[in-house]
Design a protein around this ligand. Sequence first.
Ligand code: MRU
Length: 355
Amino acid sequence: MVKTIELVGGVVRMLDQTRLPREVVYVECRDYQKVARGIRELWIRGAPAIGIAASMGIAVGAQAIKTGSFDEFMKGLEPVFQTLLATRPTAVNIQWAVERTRKLLAERKGEPIDSLKDFLLEEAQRVLDGDIQINRAIGRHGAQFIKDGDTIITHCNAGSLATGGYGTATGPMRAAVEDGKKIHVYADETRPVLQGCRLTAWELMEDGIPVTLITDNTAGAILRKGEISLAIVGTDRTVANGDVANKIGTYSLAVLCRENNVPFYVAAPLSSIDFSIPSGDLIPIEERGPEEVTHVFGCHIAPEGVKVRNIAFDVTPAKYVTGIITEKGVFRPEDIHRLNEPGADLEAIMMKAKG
Ligand code: MRU
């Protein structure tokens, strides 16, 4: 399984995913500004992975703050938080990393600043290690819905590369394979940045999981032929009513799945669920520069000067989602808010595969 990101001796090493699959190159980030640049320029991408990168960026940024006072230390961290938060708005995971850091540091007020700095480095490593465990749990819960011989369609990349490892949407696929089930994955190429083509197809092939690459436009035809058993995608932010923000094109795929009676699952670690937002209409949606649409690998393919709209994510309404696969179990979208209720009986509302 490919290593997406690591923290070695206070330096963040991230795989530059813009160069995959042609080159496997790791970039070293020695300050938080370079980590932020890596997130903005998609060297690292995928909601959990950018949450991990943010935790590491905070830890690296903290090392450079010279003060003995807690209040000054927190003041020094503020530009680090704001720079990271400004990189990409849709995935909730950067916000999650910042809020978690604020809370953990507030609990440690009074400790020497040097131990807080060490603590942040250790914490970033814990976030990375914890993410892999979470994805394995998502895998175990989701694999019950995959049968031997199933064909699974996915969109974008919610695999090892989008996480600390193992992947969210690929978690159930990997767990099914570990259980000895034979599966086949259809990967949408995912225009404009081609995460499905360059990343999902590559990492599944590297790990020996059978995969077929299709253009985004082909999904409908394959679904209509009855060749797909289920869909599993990731999410950048799922909100309290079960609406799901994910890579542009996810909504179209979900509607096509409903039209063709194909179950549509979303793999969502709790860190990607934003219980504070009641509806998907309120999720901030990133729009990116026109060159991702007008150019393919540096080659200009569109008419010079054409107007472009490059919306990076869409929202799939909860009514199209069959189940949300989390590390705590699989839930109907209308029940997802219960995960935030202290003492909720999750066992009672968990979805279980038939048979
Ligand atoms: O623009 P990207 O590549 O960061 O978009 C990534 C996605 O849409 C993923 O599906 C999502 O972040 C979930 S990753 C486990």
